[in-house]
Ligand binder design. Structure first.
Ligand SMILES: O=C(O)CCC(=O)C(=O)O
Ligand SMILES: [Fe+2]
Length: 241
């Protein structure tokens, strides 16, 4: 489908204003039956497929992104279906997502503020399963020259750089592109519950309200992306006649 500038026209009805461009939040993107099925597939994966990190564990599907190019592996059908469905909305400018990270966070776990970096096409799409979470956005630490004065130091502290959050509910699709991908950091605090404050930019699209406290359960996220640089290592074999 058409995309104009950094906006994704098929998702325009789900655009979240009052934030830097561009955030799209689609509640109920998948059904409960699809959610159950996807969770079953995630937990069916062989144990070595999991990588344990401090604060979460993950599965990598599609190959390992690398500056010289990713040795691509075919996505399993249960992920390919969603890679195609999301790509057909125009999320990757006509390309089809070829990489999925599955992250599992138990209550109290999270992910440090980070940027997703240059190995991916600068749009990230996330389906959430099992529980909500609160995704926090941060201004980057300024790279300008500073004297070691106390006020500057304070402004660089994590809580001062946090400017907005998004509530991501189970079964939702979140799409971040443009400046929201390239200019800011995102992270998830290692908390067991979330208090919904005025800085939750998409609250009008959610089932919850300001002032609610939401207990976290185990959340599994599917982060579906497009890695443009792929090594075509299988071509020689494929051409043999
Ligand atoms: O679980 C999420 O929604 C965020 C995951 C994330 O930021 C990442 O994998 O880069
Ligand atoms: Fe990320």
């Amino acid at each position: 489908m058409e995309e104009s500038g950094s906006r994704i026209s098929a998702l325009e009805a789900f655009y979240i204003g009052q934030m830097p461009p561009a955030v799209y939040y689609v509640p109920g993107f998948i059904t409960s039956a699809e959610e159950d099925f996807l969770l079953q597939q995630v937990y069916k994966a062989p144990k070595p497929k999991w990588t344990q990190l401090s604060g979460r564990r993950l599965q990598n599907w599609g190959g390992l992104p690398h500056p010289r190019g990713m040795v691509a592996e075919k996505l399993p059908n249960w992920l390919q279906k969603y890679a195609e469905r999301i790509s057909s909305l125009g999320a990757f400018e006509g390309n089809v997502a070829n990489h999925v990270l599955v992250n599992e966070y138990r209550p109290g776990e999270g992910i440090m503020p980070h940027e997703d970096g240059p190995l991916y096409f600068p749009t990230v799409t996330t389906i959430s399963l099992g529980s909500h979470t609160l995704l926090d956005f941060y201004h980057p630490v300024s790279r300008g020259q500073h004297t070691a004065d106390e006020q500057v130091t304070t402004c660089q502290m994590e809580q001062d750089r946090h400017f907005l959050s998004l509530l991501v509910e189970p079964r939702s699709l979140l799409v971040l592109s443009g400046d929201m991908y390239s200019c800011y950091l995102h992270g998830i605090r290692p908390a067991t519950s979330d208090f919904i404050k005025e800085n939750v930019a998409n609250i009008a699209s959610c089932d919850s309200h300001y002032g609610d406290t939401l207990a976290r359960g185990t959340r599994v996220s599917l982060t579906i992306r497009y890695v443009p640089k792929v090594l075509r290592t299988t071509i020689a074999l494929g051409r043999r006649k």
